[in-house]
Design a protein around this ligand. Structure first.
Ligand code: FES
Length: 139
């Protein structure tokens, strides 16, 4: 019975246990992946592409138990290359299937241009730089 600890962005932790092979599949990501588990448990793991390995919004950083996950396939590795704050312990939550105890942390940010629910999150433009004070030559 895998025990999964998720460290959320506000640093609170949520621990979920489930029986392998018995988690109801909710149609997003690979069955018994982090995304599948998060959806079953009501944890808000972003998944802009619906769990099809076409974005990086489900990016997670594995803190313990990396050996208890399915091996990374080439398509996941290629997609992860575009993730914000990529680490050597990064995985896509929709592709990493949980086989045993594991602890994973949400990164501080993701690149999500289409938030689940339909709102577009393009951020705010940066404030223009403050103009320089004029200087007079020779003073
Ligand atoms: Fe898009 Fe995982 S949800 S890659």
């Amino acid at each position: 019975m895998p025990k999964v600890t998720l460290i959320l962005r506000d640093k609170t932790q949520k621990t979920i246990e489930f029986e392998s092979g018995k988690l109801p599949y909710l149609g997003h990501g690979l069955p018994e992946s982090f995304l599948d588990l998060a959806m079953n448990a009501g944890v808000p793991l972003e998944h802009a592409c619906g769990g099809s390995c076409a974005c990086t919004t489900c990016h997670l950083i594995i803190r313990q138990g990396e050996q208890n996950l399915s091996p990374m396939e080439d398509n996941e590795a290629d997609r992860l290359d575009t993730a914000w704050d990529l680490t050597v312990s990064s995985r896509l939550g929709c592709q990493a299937v949980i086989k045993g105890d594991v602890t994973a942390e949400f990164p501080m940010y993701t690149r999500n241009y289409v938030q689940e629910g339909g709102a577009i999150q393009l951020g705010q433009p940066e404030a223009p730089a403050k103009p320089l004070e004029p200087t007079v030559a020779g003073k």
